[in-house]
Design a protein around this ligand. Structure first.
Ligand code: ATP
Ligand code: MG
Length: 414
């Protein structure tokens, strides 16, 4: 790999993160080599705003740690250093060599990735050629040790470094990363790579559920959730991530609308919560179980929602675990759906004051938009929120069932 390509940057130095530059500068002053690497270089060259800035260096984690008071070493299998600047973290990793066979499990997984190596070694253990580009701040140059990255970037090609099957076996998450970058950057992937993903989709089952959650969150929160979801279905990966969602008879329309609205909100700079997306992904399985629990097992409607939510979330945890901070709000969204129907007395006011009202109301609209007959109910709640108190009371009055009043019996004491 002696024919590394270098190129003067085609991005503005002012686009570079100041803290990342502080890190590379201090490392160079300490006598080490330090580059910006990976997604940030790729995104800057594409004229996109990088999500985070990573640094690669020949300093060991301990050496990096000694240089920065505001740093700590994290990880075991793959030690990296987090250098903290207020709320921002710059990740510094040491050049690593490709693992050897002794350090991989029988299935081919990398177990120990702390074998440090040269800059060239570091490039080939990365996933895609476009993610193996390095920026040297002191020389203001981009280095391309695989000699393919810059060309692939220009031709909008997502190319895995090395033999796809081996690389997926080492780390099946690379399949999800392929889908993420393809959708996010609108790059092409070769038919061979596509086929290898389809043939190896089942490897995903070996990934710990918590890591899968992190990866899937990145997949769905990158602004191309709908495209990504369709790709996951195409590559038969959805079965291993959300087994319930892959069942026939699941309302895909509701899921796709939720993904579309997530993409729209991200494009408009509005906040999005993964809880809403998980609520949408698992809505049909929860609703189906609710019907069973109430009709056959005799649970009350409210108990049915609580039990159905708990059971479906519990089943989901075995493949991809949703942390409580997201599964809790998702369960609230499901449980609140019935309460939109109850519009007597103080109930609408209590629901309106619920901390999860907004998300639950948006979810009700989503159900309507995906074909449930909820027009009148949605209109009522849309109006109720902006009405004044007098109007609200008369709206509640108008929802009262038309019961014939019994004539009042005269009291004997009259
Ligand atoms: P993003 O825009 O999502 O941050 P990224 O490419 O920077 O994209 P990160 O997860 O931040 O992705 O990883 C930083 C870099 O580390 C990647 O560009 C790649 O070089 C390398 N990398 C990350 N995950 C893997 C993996 N599973 N296998 C090999 N290399 C990886
Ligand atoms: Mg990154």
């Amino acid at each position: 790999m002696s024919n590394q390509t270098t190129q003067s940057t085609s991005f503005n130095r002012s686009d570079l993160n100041k803290n990342a530059l502080k890190v590379t500068q201090r490392l160079s002053e300490g006598g080490f080599t330090a580059y910006l690497v990976g997604g940030c270089v790729r995104d800057l060259l594409l004229g996109r705003q990088p999500k985070d800035f990573d640094v690669a260096t020949n300093a060991t984690p301990q050496q990096v740690n000694r240089l920065f008071r505001n740093s700590r070493i994290i990880g075991r299998r793959f030690q990296i250093v987090h250098v903290r600047f207020g709320r921002e973290i710059i990740e510094v990793s040491t050049f690593r060599a490709q693992h050897d066979q002794k350090q991989s499990s029988e299935a081919g997984h990398v177990l120990n990735d702390n074998v440090f190596g040269s800059f060239e070694d570091d490039a080939v253990r990365r996933d895609f050629t476009i993610n193996a580009l390095y920026y040297c701040p002191t020389k203001d140059q981009v280095l391309d040790p695989t000699s393919l990255g810059l060309d692939d970037l220009q031709k909008k090609r997502l190319v895995l470094i090395g033999d796809p099957e081996t690389r997926f076996r080492e780390d099946p998450v690379r399949m999800l990363r392929a889908i993420r970058f393809k959708a996010k950057l609108d790059f092409s992937i070769s038919q061979k790579l596509e086929r290898t993903i389809q043939e190896n989709a089942s490897l995903m089952a070996e990934i710990p559920p918590a890591r899968l959650f992190e990866e899937v969150l990145k997949l769905l929160m990158a602004g191309a959730a709908k495209k990504t979801y369709q790709a996951l279905k195409h590559y038969q990966l959805i079965e291993t991530l959300f087994p319930k969602v892959a069942d026939a008879g699941i309302n895909q329309n509701l899921i796709e609308r939720a993904l579309e609205s997530t993409d729209r909100r991200i494009a408009n700079g509005q906040p999005v919560t993964p809880a809403f997306l998980f609520a949408a992904l698992l809505w049909d399985p929860v609703a189906q179980l609710h019907t069973k629990l109430t009709n056959i097992d005799g649970l009350s409607r409210a108990d049915g929602w609580a039990a159905a939510g708990d059971q479906i979330v519990a089943q989901q945890q075995s493949t991809l675990s949703i942390p409580r901070r997201f599964s809790g709000p998702a369960k609230d969204i499901w449980c609140l759906q019935d309460r939109f129907e109850a519009r007597q007395g103080k109930r609408p006011f209590r629901l309106l004051a619920h901390k999860r009202f907004r998300a639950a109301y948006d979810f009700l609209l989503l159900r309507r938009d995906s074909g449930e007959p909820l027009e009148a109910l949605c209109d009522w709640w849309t109006e109720f929120q902006t009405a004044d108190e007098v109007e609200q009371k008369s709206m509640i009055q108008a929802t009262r069932p038309n019961r014939k009043r019994k004539p009042r019996r005269k009291s004997n004491t009259d």
